[in-house]
Ligand binder design. Sequence first.
Ligand SMILES: O=C(O)CCC(=O)C(=O)O
Length: 278
Amino acid sequence: MVSLRELWWHVDFIGCSLCPRSMRVMTLSTDSKTHFDTHGWVLSAVLNEAETAAVSEAVDEVQSWSDSGDWMHHYELTDAGVRRCRTEYFTPFSPGLRALLCAGAMIDIAGQLMGTSAVLYKEKINYKLAGGAGWEPHQDAPAYPFIDNHVSCMIAIDDATTENGCLELVSGLHHELIPTDARGCIPAAVAESLTWQAMPLRAGQVLWFHSRTPHRSGDNRSTSDRRALYPTYNAASEGDLREAYYARKRAELATAATNGERVQISLIDDFRGRPVPS
Ligand SMILES: O=C(O)CCC(=O)C(=O)O
């Protein structure tokens, strides 16, 4: 199989195959931008079948890394035992995923959605292995310090279905911050009043969403894994804050109090996974 890096020039310039290579850019259609501005989310066609396979192989590699490295693996307790639920801070160690997330089509689209040049703020893989837990209703913005203008996407590595815990979103509610509960999530009574839309994705599909778009996801009730890659971008004008974000996150997670019910893997307490007994 060709490597992600070898494939990457296709993806960089997928939007305009007739232009000379140096002039090609990934351009979102006006309809897509309008959809994002109106609804707070949009699907974009970034990866073809070969590229999807290459990204999946790069994720397999990250998933195989041991715990001794500067990347951050997180674990949860499931009914089947201890499972890895997330890896983040991997772009310094995965040239293929760094190329995917930090250059070319992905960063082009992030910039077009924000209306200004983008820079990678953070990156994570949520594994949601069979039996893994889902996420409470939340907006991402309260978990992302330092920045005002940011956008994320879910790149489906495996097909995401209602059974294995695909994302669910609320359309058109990305203009305001909803007051949070003690966990930093959308209070249950508010969440119940919202209209949630399940977003099943095929492997390789890319779903962009605003950092104030309310979202949640179910547990993986299937027998197969539902892995997804999530980069978040901020406006480059606000600075390159990725190292600052991870320094803060490492410090906060190191001292996070646990109530014994949930493992904290985010700066808000949105993940329903159980902690691994020490
Ligand atoms: O991967 C999922 O199911 C949801 C992830 C999510 O909402 C998050 O990581 O903030």
